[in-house]
Design a binder for this molecule. Structure first.
Ligand code: DLL
Length: 462
């Protein structure tokens, strides 16, 4: 090939230069897993969604007594779904329905047709159990293959799994999808962080799958071991399962010398695979709209909001066989846009989820979101993006303490110096949250790192 010859997507793939093409802004040079679907005309996507919605509502009504009862009570029949807007006539679903019918009450197929189970633990009560038929697994793998390719992963990449492989959907979901794309899996699982670093070096791992908080842990342990991330084979970080604040992502990218993208999903509608960031959009994720119908609703009233407005994401999977759900209330807050993307995909984009309608804290009557704390800390150069919030009752009043880590270079023995940093953080937090906070500075590495999803809040009032 001469220098003048055009560079095709697969030339790039062969050279493993997806990230380089993205860095150069050559997004249209990047391979797309299913271009006919991912880059379809919007009208064609909507037509496909309507066809699938009508089929899925009929299937759900016929197979799941819970939905037949709910729809009969509401006086709505599958034949009433004539346009995509008619989805609003259908009942919402939330966690409680799945809990009340534990374990298999919402399944639409006999167990003979189920080939895998997963569950989401949640904090209270029974877990939510979901099942997959062979076709469900096929759709799941396809959705993951699409989003990992969107993130610059290519056939031939060596992908190391740092999610747990248990009932959590993250481990197996990403595993199957990466294999579908043609990657070699290193099924390390979560934990044993030093071993992860040795494996990256020994096996030439190019892709790391992890929660962003655990990726940060891997980064730090590598640094402590004297591992040189700049010359590591690792190229891509595939994050998900928890919010990935921009500051944390930027820090990991800089320290590990990798490109990171974030993908989103939830057990109740499939697991990972609902949406993922492409390399052109570093803060939004393309939704697999041929498999999921999205709505954004006002979390209080349930009313549909116009495109581009913030609200709660509601999802209706359009192909699920084992456990179909209608209008699942995710509690995740986001907004969705449908304009074209520089990567060539036409699938709608949702803003990365930073908070949930149910993670709002009410402190002495004021609403506080953990993401606001994140936003404040990212602008204070003396502290890291790691934080922990403790809410408790002191003398009958709500008390909010934000623990944050001092950066090694800002650390000092001087009491005055440390107090000045503390006062600076407190002033910024108080001004943003509009409630008085206590600030506790902890030593570098002092905020616990978990191998799974990070727990940012301890509300001891409950
Ligand atoms: O966390 C599925 C998943 C695994 C997605 C691995 C991506 C990668 P659940 O355990 O059921 O499923 O938790 C779902 O986690 O409603 C969000 O609140 C949150 N969440 C998941 N991914 C993201 C993300 C999996 N990328 C819940 N950004 C969801 C922000 C996320 N929040």
């Amino acid at each position: 090939m001469t220098d003048e010859s055009p560079t095709t997507a697969y030339d790039l793939a062969a050279k493993g230069q997806a990230a380089a093409a993205a860095a150069a802004g050559a997004f249209d040079q990047l391979p797309i897993y299913l271009p006919g679907v991912e880059c379809a005309e919007r009208a064609a996507i909507r037509a496909l969604q309507l066809e699938k919605l009508q089929r899925q509502v009929r299937y759900t009504y016929d197979k799941v007594p819970y939905y037949r009862r709910r729809m009969d009570e509401m006086g709505v029949h599958p034949d009433d779904v004539r346009t995509l807007d008619d989805v609003r006539r259908l009942p919402f679903t939330d966690k409680s329905a799945l809990r009340e019918t534990f374990p298999f009450g919402m399944f639409a197929v006999p167990m003979d047709d189920v080939i895998e189970l997963h569950a989401s633990s949640g904090t209270t009560g029974k877990p939510i159990v979901v099942g997959y038929t062979r076709d469900d697994m096929d759709v799941w793998s396809e959705c993951i293959a699409r989003l990992v390719q969107m993130a610059g992963v290519l056939p031939g990449d060596i992908a190391q799994m740092a999610f747990g492989y248990g009932m959590f959907t993250g481990g197996f979901g990403l595993h199957y999808g990466l294999q579908r794309l043609g990657c070699a899996m290193v099924p390390a699982g979560s934990g044993n962080t030093e071993r992860h670093i040795n494996m990256i070096e020994d096996y030439g791992t190019t892709v790391l799958v992890a929660t962003p908080s655990y990726a940060m842990r891997i980064c730090e342990v590598g640094e402590q071991m004297g591992y040189d991330w700049a010359s590591s084979p690792l190229r891509v970080g595939l994050f998900g399962g928890e919010p990935c604040p921009p500051a944390l992502k930027a820090e990991i990218e800089a320290r590990m010398h990798i490109v990171c993208t974030d993908n989103y999903g939830l057990t109740e509608v499939m697991g990972p695979g609902v949406s993922g960031e492409c390399l052109a959009q570093r803060f939004q994720q393309h939704i697999a709209e041929d498999h999921f119908l999205w709505e954004v609703v006002d979390p209080e009233t349930g009313e549909t909001l116009p495109e581009g407005e913030y609200g709660e994401l509601v999802l209706t999977p359009l192909d699920k066989q084992a456990i179909p759900v209608l209008r699942y209330r995710t509690h995740d807050l986001t907004r969705v846009f449908t304009e074209p993307c520089a990567c060539g995909r036409t699938m709608a984009r949702m803003d990365k989820v930073r908070s949930r309608s149910d993670d709002m804290l009410i402190i002495r009557g004021t609403n506080v979101f953990p993401s606001q704390v994140e936003d404040v800390l990212k602008d204070v150069e003396e502290v890291t993006p790691h934080y922990h919030i403790v809410v408790e009752t002191v003398n009958g009043m709500d008390s909010l303490t934000v623990e944050t880590e001092i950066r090694p270079e800002a650390f000092s023995d001087s009491f005055e110096h440390m107090n000045a940093i503390k006062a600076k953080v407190k002033a910024k937090l108080d001004g943003t949250l509009l409630v008085g906070t206590n600030v506790k500075l902890v030593e570098p590495g002092g905020i616990e790192r978990t191998a799974g999803k990070a727990k940012h809040v301890d509300d001891l009032r409950r």
